[in-house]
Design a protein around this ligand. Structure first.
Ligand SMILES: [Fe+2]
Ligand SMILES: [Fe+2]
Length: 202
């Protein structure tokens, strides 16, 4: 893969854009995404690149994100939930600021906040790594970590369920595309498992 910036340059620029705590999260996502990539036959370099950049715009003020969302003509359902906007913004900056020319890497960054129907293996890896990197602590994360070793798609489906349940409990808006992504992940799991007996919990 060709990039105009090498990994250490990207890492430095990301570090400058983020708080120490967020940067630590990003480092955790990089390591976890690379490990999942190796486990599931994906290119670890692509996984690391997507992970480095995924939260590049995470700490922008809401007004700046909104203005950028408008410029990118993001759909209203995305633009009105500020937490979702940093994904598409970072995907855009990946191309224009970091010189990323791989659409799969850009899509992994773009969809890490929402998921989508028909996620690629790399998109799944970044999304899951974001949820289970070593700094994450929430009920159920250890189950997701162990499931992630054996079943990328089911681990991500369960992670989406946990996120959606969390948003419901907090009475926060849920992007409809995330529900569709969740349904698609479970459909993939069920289609694959077919007539096999239901898996027991790990
Ligand atoms: Fe993020
Ligand atoms: Fe993140």
């Amino acid at each position: 893969m060709e990039n105009r910036m090498d990994e250490s340059m990207i890492r430095n620029r990301v570090r400058e854009a983020l708080s120490a705590q967020r940067f630590e999260h990003v480092e955790g996502v990089v390591a976890t995404a690379a490990r999942l990539a190796e486990r599931y036959g994906e290119d670890p370099k692509k996984a690391r690149l997507a992970a480095w950049i995924h939260d590049y715009a995470r700490e922008w003020p809401v007004a700046r994100l909104r203005a950028y969302a408008e410029r990118l003509q993001l759909p209203a359902e995305v633009a009105e939930i500020p937490n979702l906007v940093h994904g598409p913004v970072a995907a855009h900056l990946a191309e224009f600021e970091f010189g990323v020319d791989d659409p799969d890497v850009a899509n992994a960054i773009r969809y890490h906040t929402t998921g989508r129907v028909g996620m690629s293996r790399l998109e799944k890896i970044l999304c899951l790594a974001d949820a289970i990197e070593p700094g994450r602590q929430y009920p159920g994360v250890d189950r997701l970590r162990s499931l992630a070793e054996n079943d990328l798609t089911q681990a991500l489906a369960e992670s989406f369920d946990a996120t959606i349940e969390y948003l419901i409990r907090r009475r926060e808006p849920i992007f409809p595309g995330t529900v569709m992504a969740r349904n698609a992940l479970w459909a993939e799991v069920h289609a694959r498992d077919g007539a096999k007996p239901q898996k027991q919990d790990a």
